[in-house]
Design a protein around this ligand. Sequence first.
Ligand code: ADP
Ligand code: MG
Length: 388
Amino acid sequence: MATRSIAGGVPEPDELFGREHVINYIWEQLAGNNIFLVAPRRFGKTGVMGHLLKRPRGGHLPVYLEVEELHDSERFGAALIAALLEQSTLRTMVTRAKGLPGALMDFISNRIQHIKTEVVEIELRDLVKDSWESVTRALILEMEKADETVLFIIDEFPQFIENVARKHGDETARAFLQWFRSLRMRQKDVLRRYRFVLGGSTSIDMILRRLDVPDKLNDFFRVPIEALTPEAAEDLLASLSSGYNLRFSNEARKALFDLISPSVPYFLQWFVSQLRMEENLKGKELRVEDVTDVYQRRVLGPTCRAYFDYYRSASSGMGNRGNGRLWRSCRRSPTPRRAGYRTASSMTSTARRERKMLRASSLTRSWRTWKRIGMCFSTPEPTSTGFC
Ligand SMILES: Nc1ncnc2c1ncn2[C@@H]1O[C@H](COP(=O)(O)OP(=O)(O)O)[C@@H](O)[C@H]1O
Ligand SMILES: [Mg+2]
């Protein structure tokens, strides 16, 4: 079946390749754990979360919120309540909760269905204000009474903690983490009935260490989202290609996989989108030189450097080690103007030159580094090398 090219968009469950195993594993683990999905940006966390949200299993009722743009604890509380209230069954339960402010109950019972979702969050924020901690806690505890296990899926959680620390100081971020932990635990280390799945691309361990609360999320079971297996990557490439009439010689397909190894699905999506940008490649069988040419001119070009900016930034949590290497790879990489690369149609490539290009591929090495970064993100304790 052909798959649409969605480099950067959120894949629908049917558009996810190679994630069956990890999704099954997450559902299994949810029986006794809260889950933290860890991986660098673009490795596919949101895609997996979307699957959990849209294809819930085993008596779970998922509620999704994205917190990358939130900078305040009370906004987190309001966003979480708003997400709960979007579910009509939960809304009815919430109206039965006891001991909540009258104005809030009135809002939930009478007004919520007549206003837009984004306005709900703003109004809730004003209603809960300073009592956000107790109100949000009371509403979430009410979810224990639901027939199904409520599953809170919270994307970009580490970024939110970072935002709070930056805007309100470390003490506020610590207080939030303490509140959040008390929400998950009935007594010490006994899980409550509802579950959380968090996702985040920044180094959460680095943030927690900096805040001096390394154990505040240690009840979460970490699941890394890794590169695709070679088989899944082949399937994704075949599916992307068939939709756009892209054909590869065997050597060209192998060259493509060598260049992007390890097969992070975003890179495959992106490489194919770059190949499609070339009008003269339409409908013809691509050769090794076509693939390496597009790689050199487009993948290693300025767009790539903009993309790698993230890994340079402080918010990536990568410091100056891992991302410095990534950045240097891209900065050194040739662009059409600087290195005088020519288009596929005018390039007189030889097998020797191709081999050299493949060997010299600094980005390939970078992507290997990314894989290491991905592994590091899944390391629960600080590593002795301090790489992450
Ligand atoms: N399993 C997958 N199969 C196909 N494409 C995927 C898959 N996972 C991610 N992608 C591609 O990668 C991009 C980034 O994925 P996303 O889930 O947003 O990553 P993250 O949340 O880790 O930053 C998506 O826009 C999509 O193009
Ligand atoms: Mg994401």
